[in-house]
Ligand binder design. Structure first.
Ligand code: UD1
Length: 369
C-alpha cells in the first residue's frame, strides 16, 4: 500500500515548494500525497491563484484559520490540524519553509508520533527578532527528517546537535517549480502587460514587519523608492500588509506620484515572468533572493541579515541598507553589480531527491518494525 504523506500548504511562499513535491510523490506510485491548506493566506491573489498556476488540485483538507496574532495563528492551526492528523494518521508529515503554520503542524505531528519532515531545514538568520527564525529553530528541533537546500543548512544543524542521519541535502525545491513551468513562464510576457520593456525595469516587493510596520522605517524606504523610480521604471506588487501600512501612513500617493506601477500581488507565473525579465529586484523576501540567484538577476535585499547566505556567497544577492538603495541601483545600472553562479543542487531535480530519500527512509522504518 502506498504510504500517505500530508503536505502542509499555508502561505504564499509555501505553494511553490509543495507543488513539485506533490507532483513527484504522486507520480512515484509509492506515496499518496494529501494537501492540507491551513488558510494562513486566504486572498485569491495570495493563495488560490498559486494553486491554479502550479497545477495543484483542491486541498484534501482546508483548515480555514485565517489571520490573527502569532499565538492565535499558531494555536488555531494546532487545534485544527490535530483533528485531521488524528483522524487520518499519515505515514509522513511534510512541513515546508518557516511560516507560523510550519511550526504549528510540526508540533502537532511530533506529539502524535507522526514522523515529521522539514523541507528547507537548517536556514538561520541568527536574528530572533524575526518570527521566521523562531519558526525555523523550533521546527528543526521537532523534525525527524531535515531536508536542506545548501551546505550552510547542514552545518547549522550539525552545530545545533542534530544527528547526521536525520539530515539529507536535497537542494532548492523552489527552482523545481520554475523548471516545471519554465515554458509557460516564458510565454506569459508579463512585462508587456504592464507596459514594461524586458531588461529595463526593476521589480519591488516589501512585506517584512521590520520594514513596513512602522512609519519611521517605511517612510525612508518610500523616499529611496521615489528616487530610484527616477532612474528606471519600477513595478511593485503590493502585499496586503504593506498596502494597509502605506495607506495608514499616507505614503501610497507619494509612490503613485513618483510613477511606480503599484499592482495587486501577482501569481506565480506572471511574477516569475516579471522577475526573469527585470534589470534588478528590490526585495525583503526570502525566496526572491534565491530565484534571482538562479536567474542571475541583481537582487538588492533590504534587510540587515539573511538566512540564505549562499545567495550572497555564490549568487547575485547583496544586503542593502535603506539609505543606500539608490546608490545600489546606480551600481547595477552602471554594470558594476557582481554576477554569480547557481549553487550545487539548485537544478530543478530536488523533488526527485526528496522522493528517493523518503522511499529509503520508509524502507528503513519497515525494517525496524
Ligand atoms: C507570512 C509569513 C512570512 C512570509 C509571508 C509571505 C509568518 C510568521 N510569516 O507573513 O514568513 O514571508 O507570509 O507573504 O508566518 N492578509 C490578507 N490576505 C491574505 C493573507 C494575509 O489580507 O491572504 C493580511 C493579514 O490579514 C494580515 C497581513 O496580511 O493583516 C499579514 O498576514 P500574515 O499571514 O499574518 O503574515 P505575512 O506578513 O503574510
Amino acid at each position: 500500500m502506498p504510504a500517505t504523506v500530508h503536505l502542509i500548504a499555508a502561505a504564499r511562499p509555501n505553494f511553490m515548494k509543495v507543488a513539485p513535491l506533490y507532483h513527484a510523490l504522486k507520480a512515484s506510485g509509492d506515496f499518496t500525497p494529501r494537501i492540507v491548506h491551513t488558510g494562513q493566506h486566504y486572498d485569491f491573489n495570495m493563495s488560490d491563484a498559486f494553486f491554479v498556476d502550479l497545477g495543484l488540485p483542491e486541498p484534501d483538507y482546508h483548515l480555514n484559520v485565517g489571520g490573527g496574532t502569532h499565538a492565535e495563528q499558531v494555536g488555531n492551526v494546532m487545534i485544527a490540524y490535530e483533528k485531521v492528523a488524528m483522524a487520518d494518521r499519515p505515514d509522513w508529515l511534510v512541513v515546508v519553509g518557516d511560516v507560523n503554520s510550519t511550526v504549528a503542524c510540526a508540533m502537532v505531528g511530533a506529539k502524535l508520533w507522526i514522523p515529521v519532515v522539514h523541507l528547507e531545514a537548517g536556514l538561520r538568520s541568527r536574528d530572533r527578532r524575526m518570527p521566521e527564525e523562531i519558526n525555523r529553530l523550533a521546527t528543526d528541533v521537532l523534525a525527524d527528517v531535515l531536508w536542506t537546500p545548501s551546505p550552510d543548512g547542514d552545518e547549522n544543524l550539525a552545530n545545533e546537535g542534530i544527528p547526521a542521519e536525520r539530515i539529507t541535502r536535497v537542494g532548492n525545491i523552489m527552482l523545481d517549480s520554475y523548471e516545471l513551468l519554465r515554458e509557460r513562464i516564458e510565454a506569459e510576457n508579463a512585462p508587456a502587460r504592464f507596459g514594461l520593456e524586458p531588461g529595463t525595469y526593476g521589480i519591488v516587493t516589501l512585506h517584512r514587519p521590520s520594514n513596513v510596520d512602522q512609519k519611521e522605517m517605511l517612510e525612508p524606504l518610500v523616499a529611496q523608492l521615489e528616487k530610484a523610480a527616477a532612474r528606471l521604471p519600477l513595478i511593485f506588487p503590493v502585499h496586503p500588509r504593506t498596502r494597509k501600512k502605506l495607506h495608514d501612513f499616507g505614503l501610497w500617493a507619494r509612490l503613485e506620484a513618483a510613477g511606480l506601477t503599484l499592482v495587486e500581488p501577482v501569481s506565480y507565473r506572471p511574477f516569475m515572468s516579471l522577475v526573469s525579465n527585470a534589470r534588478l529586484c528590490i526585495t525583503d523576501s526570502g525566496g526572491i533572493q534565491e530565484e534571482t540567484t538562479y536567474l542571475d538577476i541583481p537582487c538588492l535585499t533590504l534587510r540587515e541579515n539573511t538566512e540564505r547566505p549562499i545567495t550572497i556567497l555564490e549568487g547575485t544577492n547583496r544586503l542593502v541598507k535603506p539609505e543606500r538603495l539608490v546608490e545600489a541601483v546606480e551600481t547595477v545600472l552602471g554594470g558594476q553589480w557582481p554576477s554569480g553562479r547557481r549553487p550545487d543542487l539548485w537544478d530543478g531535480k530536488t523533488a526527485q531527491r526528496c522522493v528517493e530519500d523518503l522511499r529509503r527512509r520508509t524502507a528503513l522504518r519497515h525494517a525496524a518494525e
